[in-house]
Ligand binder design. Structure first.
Ligand code: FCB
Length: 436
């Protein structure tokens, strides 16, 4: 038996996102996307989701989280509610988020607030969303205003959630809104996201000098399928560079390193992170595929079996990847070197497991890997599991991928903690894991 203690003051919580839990979020691009048959599995829509907006069920969810010893919670605010028309601010939405953050504080849970988690107000989409640099001052103004309105309740902010996933799914794969397949445009989106993040970072600090501001970076490590093949190494390295490193390196170097003259100088972005947010789910092994230049000449091997009874179905729809705590360790260590001392928070990590078949083991293995990274010097200060309750999982809809520590029956809105919720509660209470 091994006892692994976490640093004092470690944050233990779960992460959520507005559109996935609030429901009736009718004024953004995802709502529009959901209404088209074929876009979402089983014809689901986000509908009332977890009923945080109308029924204000965040209260009972935070009660549960508190009773499960969470001392922090990550959530996002919805731009299209707060600014339903360009420049027009909605007092009812501000009041709602003040109640939400107040509810966390009453329960002694530290809020971490994301300003952009995939969804865009409809008016912003009409203006080209992230495709044009016009978004930069619009996002900057939005960020500053949110911090003016909510800054007495929160000083811990994430500007953007997973810019690489946003650009990839919406502009390269094209199965998320706006459903385009245009690599060049995707890279321009990424560049505008760097600029908008930088502008928001500075604006937030002007309003709230003591703010802590970061980005939730999605990391999906790529490994050579044949560890001894140099060409496999090369290909895996390209994939890592483009998918995982482009955005973080731009924030360090002030330069978006892109091929074909698409690179951009972004000096204003240098040093615009007070901490590093890290989302990690899967890794992949890649082999050479000279016939697929669009995949950077790489081909992902089929993921290793997950041990989930619906493994086959999950693969067919969701793609999955290898579940590998070592790749979590590697990601944390890469960010630790990259951040040179910046605190690291795991802002998402989790598994779609409706019956908790592998989640308990997953949790222990991943937290043991995280502990190993801390022992090796990574300044990790908190962990937010994805997610608190089952919620609207984007194109996978409501019922297919169940990432919650707590099960949710969407028909009745009944919540039932899974065994791993109790395991996590114990870890959080004792601030340690016990492994065999
Ligand atoms: C991440 C997203 C989050 C959720 C999880 C499963 O990429 O940030 O909203 O969908 O995946």
């Amino acid at each position: 038996m091994k006892v692994l203690n976490f640093p004092e003051g470690f944050l233990w919580g779960a992460a959520t996102a507005a559109h996935q839990v609030e429901g009736e979020n009718t004024n953004n691009d995802w709502w529009d996307w959901e209404q088209t048959p074929g876009h979402i599995k089983n014809g689901d829509t986000s509908a009332v989701a977890c009923d945080w907006w109308k029924g204000e069920r965040y209260r009972e969810d935070f009660d549960l989280a508190q009773s499960l010893n969470h001392n922090a919670h990550r959530l996002s605010v919805e731009w299209s509610r707060l600014e339903p028309r360009e420049g027009a601010w909605n007092a009812a939405a501000v009041a709602f988020y003040r109640r939400v953050l107040g509810a966390l504080r009453e329960r002694a849970m530290t809020p971490l607030v994301t300003l952009h988690h995939f969804t865009n107000p409809r008016w912003l989409v009409q203006r080209g969303a992230w495709e044009t640099p016009a978004v930069v001052p619009l996002f900057e103004r939005f960020a500053a205003r949110v911090v003016q309105e909510l800054g007495d309740l929160c000083d811990f902010w994430i500007t953007l959630n997973e810019p690489n996933v946003y650009a990839f799914t919406g502009y390269i794969e094209g199965n998320w809104p706006p459903g385009k397949k245009n690599l060049g445009l995707g890279l321009r989106v990424l560049a505008n996201m760097v600029r908008a993040h930088a502008a928001a970072y500075h604006a937030i600090h002007r309003v709230q000098p003591n703010a802590r501001v970061g980005v939730a970076h999605h990391v999906h490590p790529f490994y050579p399928a044949k560890p001894r093949s140099r060409v496999n190494h090369l290909i895996a390295g390209w994939q890592d560079d483009v998918f995982n490193r482009l955005f973080p390196l731009a924030l360090r170097d002030g330069h978006l390193h892109l091929p074909l003259g698409l690179g951009a100088r972004v000096p204003e972005a240098v040093g615009t992170q007070d901490f590093l947010g890290l989302n990690h789910y899967f890794s992949s092994r890649v082999a050479v595929a000279w016939s697929s230049p669009s995949q950077l000449f790489g081909r992902k091997l089929p993921p290793k079996p997950t041990g989930l009874s619906n493994d086959k179905e999950l693969r067919a729809w969701f793609g999955l990847g290898d579940i590998d705590p070592n790749s979590f360790y590697d990601s944390v260590m890469w960010f630790s070197r990259y951040g040179a001392g910046l605190p690291i928070y795991i802002t998402e990590n989790g598994i779609p497991d409706a019956h908790d078949e592998i989640r308990p083991r997953y949790l222990t293995d991943h937290l043991a890997a995280l502990h190993r990274a801390i022992q090796a010097g990574a300044p990790v200060r908190g962990y937010f599991h994805w997610t608190l309750t089952d919620n609207f999982e984007w194109i996978e809809g409501l019922n297919f991928l169940r990432f919650g520590l707590i099960a949710n029956d969407f028909a009745t809105q009944r919540r039932t903690p899974r065994p791993s919720a109790h395991l996590y509660a114990r870890i959080a209470r004792e601030n340690r894991i016990v492994t065999d």
